[in-house]
Design a protein around this ligand. Sequence first.
Ligand SMILES: Cc1cc2nc3c(=O)[nH]c(=O)nc-3n(C[C@H](O)[C@H](O)[C@H](O)COP(=O)(O)OP(=O)(O)OC[C@H]3O[C@@H](n4cnc5c(N)ncnc54)[C@H](O)[C@@H]3O)c2cc1C
Ligand SMILES: NC(=O)c1ccc[n+]([C@@H]2O[C@H](COP(=O)([O-])OP(=O)(O)OC[C@H]3O[C@@H](n4cnc5c(N)ncnc54)[C@H](OP(=O)(O)O)[C@@H]3O)[C@@H](O)[C@H]2O)c1
Length: 285
Amino acid sequence: MTELRPVTQASATAAAAKAPALPDAQTVTQVRHWTDRLFSFRVTRPASLRFRSGEFVMIGLMAPDEKTGKEKPLLRAYSIASPSWDEELEFYSIKVPDGPLTSRLQHIQPGDEIILRPKPVGTLVHDALLPGKRIWFFATGTGFAPFASLLREPQTYQDYDEVIITHTCREAAELDYGRELIESLKEDELLNEVIGEGFWRKIKYYPTTTREESAKMGRITDLMRSGEAFRDLGVPPLDPETDRAMICGNLAFNLELKAMLEEYGLVEGANSKPQHYVVEKAFLD
Ligand SMILES: Cc1cc2nc3c(=O)[nH]c(=O)nc-3n(C[C@H](O)[C@H](O)[C@H](O)COP(=O)(O)OP(=O)(O)OC[C@H]3O[C@@H](n4cnc5c(N)ncnc54)[C@H](O)[C@@H]3O)c2cc1C
Ligand SMILES: NC(=O)c1ccc[n+]([C@@H]2O[C@H](COP(=O)([O-])OP(=O)(O)OC[C@H]3O[C@@H](n4cnc5c(N)ncnc54)[C@H](OP(=O)(O)O)[C@@H]3O)[C@@H](O)[C@H]2O)c1
């Protein structure tokens, strides 16, 4: 069930004015539950935090240490789902029932505080890619998060003629966060102003499910191997001359797709050596 709990201006101001009870504390401003396994939330942004769209930070809560029982920060890596220009920070999160962090984090409410270490890092950044004609964003599950940032980043549309986002999930409702975000780009004032009206026509969105009926079923890897994905999208298979790619999903997906991209002739890049594609895990297995 979808539940939106926006914070009022007055309560946000009051919460922000409170002395922080946590180290590196930021205040939750909005929480939205998408399914019983997925939620997104927004927090205040530290004034000094600069990051590149696509990067991740460590966030968390205070929790009792397993051995001593003493409260200490319990932190996990999280992709920043909002773009670099946003005045708040957004995150898109799994709820692991017995997960040390997310069994707690899933209960946050507007006005609560979380810990946010202001040291952004990551490989899914434009700087790690050579110029190209078309950019592919390949995601499974919460691996959509860094692309939620990059899809709202003007540079994505300045650098590329075409932006293709594929998102594979088990169930149809797990696509909702991404679908709504892409839909909202049409109304995005900043992007319409900076890039030009109709910029969103550069985007080709390719959502697929594997365990529940939807408009397009199957793993993206299989759909590419059979050629179906390219026919559906009306583009040729990836070519190092024209195509750039970013991958973010589970380990098996990352490895399988990475091998496929290498077969197309694409070479993995890094911040220090821009190339044709980059990869990041959506979670540690
Ligand atoms: C670079 C990086 C970026 C990340 N960005 C995000 C993000 O934007 N959103 C997010 O929800 N998580 C993200 N994660 C995963 C995150 O760090 C935590 O693992 C997650 O929040 C669960 O924490 P936990 O303490 O509850 O459980 P953990 O003990 O960390 O995980 C328990 C188990 O749950 C499963 N799991 C963990 N995270 C996920 C997930 N995201 N999707 C599906 N299964 C998972 C794995 O099987 C894992 O072994 C990222 C991880 C890395 C390495
Ligand atoms: N999603 C749920 O409804 C659900 C419910 C309860 C528990 N869990 C647990 O939560 C954890 C994460 O689940 P998740 O659904 O978020 O993530 P996931 O297992 O990583 O699956 C996400 C999507 O990636 C696809 N995929 C997996 N490996 C792939 C590969 N090598 N190439 C291409 N696509 C690939 C999956 O397809 P396939 O379906 O074909 O594998 C699925 O559509 C798992 O341990 C799972 O047991 C999930």
